[in-house]
Write a protein that binds this ligand. Structure first.
Ligand SMILES: Cc1cc2nc3c(=O)[nH]c(=O)nc-3n(C[C@H](O)[C@H](O)[C@H](O)COP(=O)(O)O)c2cc1C
Length: 205
């Protein structure tokens, strides 16, 4: 019988049961995640593959009072830029309050090295790999996580607010918190209806 270096059934279970859990489904009042756990999430993110050892991932972590400052910024950006019939008061309210429903919110950033020969898309890909490491690790701790984009994410306003360089990028925000009871089960059931089989995405050559 062949052996594997890791418990594959646990690895499979972790990967397949990782779910997006939104802040509305985090336990309230907020249960703050230990600093040591947050540091372990980042440690694992830091082990992502990276072409040319660029290690382009950068994380700006909002905790405590800074979460509401983030909500204020995102909501005021929405109010200023989404006008007329497109403005949705309920969405505005959601954007404003969401960060405070989370224990931590991480601005997912990519920093470009000066004069790197690595194409930008590969640095973006590396950051996405880092986030998958982080999200899987969060799931292993029983935490909920949600990658949010849209709105101000890809704008120069966001770059400026986060203090990013001209060639850097914000790729989104990752919300972390303890899920309400039943949140994982609810999302797992929902995704089973949506996610299609891998067989249709492979061409055997
Ligand atoms: C780069 C990226 C950006 C995302 N942005 C959003 C977003 O703005 N809003 C949202 O509802 N979900 C967003 N998601 C999460 C997806 O909706 C989610 O991964 C998808 O529904 C599959 O669910 P699962 O993560 O539970 O497998 C994003 C995911 C990725 C990878």
């Amino acid at each position: 019988m062949s052996t594997t270096p890791f418990n594959l059934s646990q690895v499979n279970e972790l990967i397949r049961s990782r779910r997006t859990i939104k802040p509305e489904d985090f336990v309230q009042p907020v249960q703050v995640i230990d600093q040591s756990i947050i540091e372990n999430l980042i440690e694992n993110a830091n082990w992502a593959p990276t072409h040319g050892m660029n290690e382009p991932w950068r994380f700006k972590i909002f905790a405590g009072e800074s979460r509401q400052k983030l909500g204020d910024f995102l909501a005021s950006w929405y109010k200023k830029n989404i006008t007329g019939d497109s403005f949705n008061p309920a969405k505005h309210q959601k954007i404003l309050t969401r960060p405070s429903f989370a224990s931590h919110v991480i601005a997912i950033c990519m920093e470009r090295k000066a004069n790197t020969k690595i194409p930008e898309i590969e640095d973006i890909e590396a950051v996405a790999c880092a986030m998958q490491n982080l999200h899987l690790t969060a799931s292993a701790y029983g935490l909920g996580g949600y990658w949010s984009s849209g709105g101000a994410t890809y704008t120069d306003d966001m770059k400026e607010a986060l203090g990013l360089g001209a060639n850097d990028r914000c790729l989104g925000f990752f919300y972390l918190g303890y899920p309400k009871e039943g949140a994982y089960e609810k999302m797992n059931q929902a995704i089973l209806l949506k996610r299609t089989d891998w067989q249709g995405k492979v061409e055997w050559i």
